[in-house]
Design a protein around this ligand. Structure first.
Ligand SMILES: Cc1ncc(COP(=O)(O)O)c(C=O)c1O
Length: 449
């Protein structure tokens, strides 16, 4: 056990906590005007908490920054980050569009009365049924990923006698790892058309794609990006294809979709770019490039997920057993883990946590590891974090869990998924119910023979 002489002064002003975060005089963590202890008393743990104010604030930051620098633009909320009817409704009301990747996400969007014209349907292996479902329901644009899909789209459009607006997903040869990126001549990716195939795509559209209206190009080079340049490089490569398409095929494109949004803070040392910086530099670049290529300014589309919903989310857990390994780590086990947050075990994602009932503690901190409850040695939510001494029953808050937590959750070990509650101005509402044991077995059948 490492003992440090630091005092626990958890800084709630960083981009890790929801913007409504406060600490009560009794040292309790407050989100959306409600004590997390009260939330837990009412809804139990594990509990996903979503702060509506943070989601609206981040969404408006994107919408306003982009409008400020570039009138003709649209922000799509990437549903995969957190797919939920209430968040879809909020997104629609805020004026966001939606990026979906499955029939299920389309179904959810329809249930949320999302404006179908503002929905873009992505995915590298859409089924015939999903394509039909999308077209029948008037989904705004389909982002075509491969030749099989191109054929299916054309057949479906013919069969339903509809004309379908499409974007083509291109693989621009930019590879992004968190905090760094490289440009590669060839990118080994399952997504999108390699640039070498663009002529084949355009010939298909010109000759056979009678019911397909090519509106523009799309690329998504990666997530959790901390640099400005990759967004400009993506736009540059796509705009060069706009130019080529106009010159060689006489097709003028009007939609430039540069994929997901900027990275966010998970740790205090993270220093993401700001939405305003991103909007200004990206749009300055696009305007200059269009001028150089003599192109009309296209509609600019971006599809952030993590940077809209990530900071809004906090997961609350109750501490259970505590194990001190002789001369080794101290494990603090909580009542959730890899099934409600698979990111640490899947790609060693890092998080920050605090003891929600001891936010003002000035106790000496100790280095502990927050372990999940699932039967995998690797089910560790945070390795080696400094916390005040915790005991069974204390409440752990893990921050920045709004994106890719609930949406990637599972029922591993037959554990019901947690509830999700939306908080704002001292009010809380369940937006996703806690699963029950009955929910876990509702699809299981025993053959009669
Ligand atoms: C095509 C596409 N668009 C948008 C996103 C959202 O990315 P982010 O959550 O980093 O903004 C993703 C994420 O995987 C994606 O694949």
């Amino acid at each position: 056990m490492t003992i440090t002489d630091k005092r626990n002064r958890f800084d709630i002003s960083t981009g890790i906590c929801p913007i409504s975060t406060e600490i009560s005089t009794s040292g309790h963590l407050i989100i959306g005007g409600i004590s997390t202890l009260e939330l837990v008393k009412k809804y139990s743990t594990p509990l996903y908490v979503i702060d509506e104010e943070t989601f609206s604030f981040r969404s408006n930051e994107y919408l306003n920054s982009l409008k400020k620098y570039y009138e003709n633009s649209m922000i799509l909320y990437a549903a995969k980050a957190f797919a939920c009817t209430t968040i879809f409704k909020l997104s629609n009301n805020l004026g966001l569009g939606l990026d979906v990747v499955s029939g299920g996400e389309i179904f959810l969007a329809l249930k949320a009365d999302f404006n179908v014209k503002n929905i873009y349907f992505h995915g590298n292996n859409k089924s015939q049924d999903e394509i039909e479902f999308a077209i029948k329901n008037g989904i705004g644009k389909i982002v075509c990923d491969n030749f099989l899909e191109l054929e299916m789209l054309q057949n479906c459009a013919n069969k339903l006698n509809r004309s379908v607006d499409i974007l083509i997903r291109l693989t621009p040869g930019i590879e992004c790892h968190t905090h760094e990126y490289i440009k590669t001549g060839h990118l080994d990716s399952k997504f999108g058309f390699d640039l070498e195939y663009l002529d084949d795509v355009l010939s298909f559209i010109k000759n056979k794609g009678t019911n397909l209206n090519l509106k523009g190009y799309h690329a998504h080079i990666g997530s959790q990006i901390f640099e400005l340049k990759p967004f400009q490089d993506t736009a540059e490569i796509l705009l060069e294809q706009f130019d080529y398409t106009k010159k060689e095929y006489g097709i003028e494109l009007n939609e430039l979709d540069i994929g997901g949004g900027i990275g966010i803070s998970y740790l205090n040392e993270d220093d993401p770019i700001t939405i305003d910086e991103w909007a200004k530099t990206t749009t300055d670049f696009i305007k200059a490039k269009c001028k150089k290529l003599n192109l009309n300014l296209p509609k600019l589309i971006c599809e952030p997920g993590r940077s809209l919903i990530g900071q809004s989310g906090v997961t609350l857990y109750t501490v259970g057993s505590i194990k001190q390994v002789p001369n080794g780590r101290k494990f603090i086990s909580v009542d959730g883990g890899m099934a409600d947050n698979p990111r640490p075990i899947t790609y060693q994602a890092k998080y920050t946590a605090a003891v929600a009932n001891k936010m003002n503690s000035t106790e000496t901190l100790e280095t502990v590891t927050i372990a999940g409850r699932y039967c995998e040695t690797g089910d560790l939510i945070i390795k080696d974090i400094e916390l005040p001494t915790v005991k069974a029953g204390d409440l752990i808050a893990v921050f920045s869990t709004g994106a890719y937590n609930y949406s990637m959750s599972s029922n591993y070990n037959m554990v019901p998924r947690p509830a999700c509650v939306l908080v704002k101005n001292g009010k809380s509402n369940i937006i996703i119910q806690r699963e029950t044991y009955e929910d876990l077995i509702k699809n299981q059948l025993i053959p009669k023979d």
